[in-house]
Design a protein around this ligand. Structure first.
Ligand code: DC
Length: 226
């Protein structure tokens, strides 16, 4: 699929930051699919919907309008949900805690995947998530699987939260990430997997700039699938 780069990997591996920087370098759009599952989760909590009620959550996903605005000066594409900017709300700890529950529901995923494929149609896009190379755009030009050790991912997430003045303990952050990894990898529908044709990049000992450079080299060399 021309001009489509699929990036998958576990929480805190640096997918979002990497996608943002890479999108800027290449002049591509960036689609953060995690933000979409987060938006549905935030809405469900807001409306008091039982997070085990698959039917109600699927219905909520169907009736929700999700749009992204072009990237701001930080490279973040604001997410507009039913006309409301939820960019900051969806990063709150409560959403972190429950999003894996919502993301494992097939009905919700069907709606989101359909939307994601539509957004991918125009090409020149970097899409990051958990099932991008395996389900959303299996014929993407380039598929990457970005990972890092649990300790390093927890450290990055912890620093991110600290910057936002959110008072959490490192141990809690690590446990939260490990818990999410487990649910995301073991769920029945579209679990997080590395597909065979995805290039594996371990970022544990790399800075984000080094990762961007590495991927740009891969792209320039044409080491892709398309
Ligand atoms: O990447 P993130 O942390 O913002 O993702 C939030 C949650 O959504 C995470 O628990 C995994 C899930 N997710 C998913 O199941 N499929 C995607 N394509 C993207 C995210």
């Amino acid at each position: 699929m021309a001009g489509v780069i699929a990036i998958d990997g576990p929480a805190g591996a640096g997918k979002s930051t990497l996608s943002r920087l890479l999108a800027r370098e290449l002049g591509y759009r960036h689609l953060d699919t995690g933000a979409m599952y987060r938006a549905i989760t935030w809405l469900a909590i807001e409306r008091g919907i039982d997070l085990n009620n698959e039917e109600a959550l699927t219905e909520l996903a169907r009736e929700t309008e999700i749009k992204f605005l072009p990237a701001d000066s930080n490279g973040v594409c604001p997410i507009i949900v039913n006309g409301q900017d939820l960019t900051n709300e969806i990063r709150k700890p409560l959403v972190n805690k429950y999003v894996s529950l919502v993301a494992r529901i097939e009905g919700v995923r069907e709606v989101m995947v359909k939307l994601q494929r539509k957004m991918a149609e125009e090409g020149e896009i970097i899409i990051d998530g958990r099932d991008i190379g395996s389900r959303v755009v299996p014929n993407a030009d380039l598929k990457l699987f970005i990972t890092a050790s649990l300790e390093e991912r927890a450290r990055r997430r912890f620093n991110e939260l600290k910057e936002k003045n959110l008072d959490l303990k490192f141990k809690e952050v690590r446990e939260e990430i490990a818990r999410r990894d487990k649910i995301d990898s073991e769920r029945e529908v579209s679990p997080l997997v590395r597909v065979e044709d995805a290039l594996l990049i371990d970022t544990t000992d790399l800075s984000i700039e080094e990762v961007v450079k590495k991927i740009k080299t891969i792209i320039d060399k044409g080491e892709s699938n398309g």
